[in-house]
Each structure stands twice: as C-alpha cells, then as structure tokens.
Write a new protein. Structure first.
Length: 159
C-alpha cells in the first residue's frame, strides 16, 4: 500500500471521526455508542428481530453485552420496544420505536452530510466517483467474504 496512502487514509479517517463528534455534540446522539448505532441500523435494515438474531450479527461480542445494550436502548433511551414472543416465552422480540426510527434517520443524515463535506472538499468528478464506487465494491466483497457475512447483506453501492 505504501506509507503515504496509509497515512492519508488514517488522516482522513481521523478528520471524519472529529467531524462526527462535532455533529453529535449538537444532537442527542453524543451518548450513543457505535454498537448502539449498529443495533439501531440493523433493526432499521431488517425489521423485528430476536435478541439472539441481533447477537448473531455481532459475532465477536458476547450475548450479554448485546442484551445490556438493547436494554439501555429500550429502558433509558426509549428507542426500542421489547415484547415476549407468543410462540416461545423465552424469546424476546425487539423493534424500533418511532424515536428509534427518527434516530436512525438522523444518524444516516449526519453520515451523508459528512461524506458530502468530504466530496465537496476534494471535488470528486463523476468519473472519479465511478472509480471510487468500483474500488469500494471490491473492498466490500472482500470483507464480506473474509468476515463470513450473510450474502443477503452484501452491499452494492450502485444499487
């Protein structure tokens, strides 16, 4: 890769995280963890899920850690609802509340704003955008394979 490219990626990543922190300070999102955001995003993408299904989507995190996060988003943040499955009393079904849906919209809006700032700053042309999309799709495919991600979840940036 080379030290210059590695340093450039690191520096852009740092600045994007700083921009994210500035956005979050101006909203109620500042006390959400990245894991909280992933749980909310997963539910927005897939709809109702059991706690076990959510935990399975985070394979390197213990079920108790996921359960604690879900409880915090439910009890403290009111972003999730939890119901007991009528078919199996031991299974809890989780879904986004209206506040949770609004939070996901805000997270997505802020992310889009950050990338727009970046692309405006570097003046990406339409041709460069096409090349970037191609490169990112290859990276996504690599990580999907490497991480064993579900093929249904596979992203294609041109869709």
């Amino acid at each position: 890769m080379g030290p210059d490219l590695e340093k450039g990626i690191h520096e852009i990543s740092l600045r994007m995280r700083l921009l994210r922190a500035m956005q979050q300070e101006k909203s109620y999102l500042e006390d959400l963890t990245e894991r909280d955001e992933r749980i909310l995003g997963l539910l927005a993408e897939r709809g109702r899920m059991t706690v076990s299904q959510i935990a399975a989507a985070e394979p390197n995190v213990s079920s108790s850690t996921i359960s604690t996060g879900i409880t915090r988003l439910w009890r403290d943040k009111k972003m999730l609802s939890k119901t007991v499955s009528p078919e199996n009393q031991r299974t809890t079904i989780v879904e986004l509340t209206e506040k949770g849906k609004q939070t996901v919209e805000l997270i997505n809006k802020q992310r889009a704003e950050r990338f727009q700032v970046l692309f405006d700053a570097i003046k990406v042309t339409d041709d460069e955008k096409e090349v970037l999309i191609e490169v990112l799709n290859r990276a996504i495919a690599f990580f999907d394979k490497h991480l064993g991600l579900n093929k249904k979840r596979k992203a294609n940036l041109t869709d």
